[in-house]
Design a binder for this molecule. Sequence first.
Ligand SMILES: Nc1ncnc2c1ncn2[C@@H]1O[C@H](COP(=O)(O)OP(=O)(O)OP(=O)(O)O)[C@@H](O)[C@H]1O
Ligand SMILES: [Mg+2]
Length: 337
Amino acid sequence: MMKTEDGMGLELRGLKKILGGRVIIDDLDLSVSKGEMVSLLGPSGCGKTTTLRMIAGFLAVDSGQILVAGKDVTALGPDKRPSAMVFQNYALWPHMTAAKNVGFPLKIKGLSKIEIKEKVEAALELVNLLHHKDSRPGQISGGEQQRVALARALVQEPDILLLDEPLSNLDAKLREKVREDIRELQRRLGITTVIVTHDQEEALSISDRVAVMNSGRIEQFSSPQDLYRQPQTEYVATFIGSLNRFEGDLQNGQILGGTDVIGIRPEDLTISREPMEGSHSGIVELVIPRGHFFEVVVRRKDGIFRAFASENIPTFGEHVHVKIKKALRYQNGKLVA
Ligand SMILES: Nc1ncnc2c1ncn2[C@@H]1O[C@H](COP(=O)(O)OP(=O)(O)OP(=O)(O)O)[C@@H](O)[C@H]1O
Ligand SMILES: [Mg+2]
């Protein structure tokens, strides 16, 4: 396996893929720094797995380049690339023990039995599963199988770790734990990682940066914070988090007829029992506890506002006033500064 130099991670340049006569990936660029964890986030069918398989070398590109540490790997097969992939369904061999599963890629490479044993035990240790080295996949839990799959990728000492929806088979509680484990391990090993998910909470909580995909293209690639606070397109604004969306122009807090799209995050609305300058009046229709805050739905004469409130929570049926503190404005789908 080729090793990378410091500073440089993974670079995708103008990737294109046509499948079944359709353009699936269209001129896709992405730069991942060394040691960075990046999510590919997008709805089903947007091309996340296709992108990952091209990076891993399981699928040839139709055009474009894939560079690892500045070296072009586009023409190399998967076994010649410095990357390892964890598949969505784990793809473990049911008849093999955890140790045999993890050691398999090393056996293929022709390492000695002694070397394989050492590396396999180290990898199982990393994912806290050494005590299950002689168990078969059917004898361990879903979360443990996931960790065996992760160990099988890590044992190859890849420069690029590729994870395709690795947590989708786990229940909510376990997902959170395993994703924290993955993040901790990724940081500790400093391994450049691309993780595919369609779960925005997962993407936002685990990654340094998130690439939001839409029909084979990247809509926005930025930090979780920027994605939420400064969504560059209307698509990203509606896809990430919750958004009050109106068509029209915003003037002195009022929404007037117009062709722009106004997006307001629920926390950018202030609810009060007293009227405020430029506020809208309405009736509380729903109050939903959301942990440390409440989501309040206010019905106005022409639509609803969805607001977050953490104090002075109004009650159902109360007459309240809602003021817009901050709004995002989109023209033809693009953010207007
Ligand atoms: N071999 C193929 N032939 C034709 N079309 C394909 C082929 N493989 C994938 N596609 C299509 O390419 C598109 C992207 O598929 P891909 O698996 O990359 O999506 P995804 O973003 O990973 O979705 P999901 O979240 O459902 O896993 C889909 O519309 C899919 O039907
Ligand atoms: Mg997929």
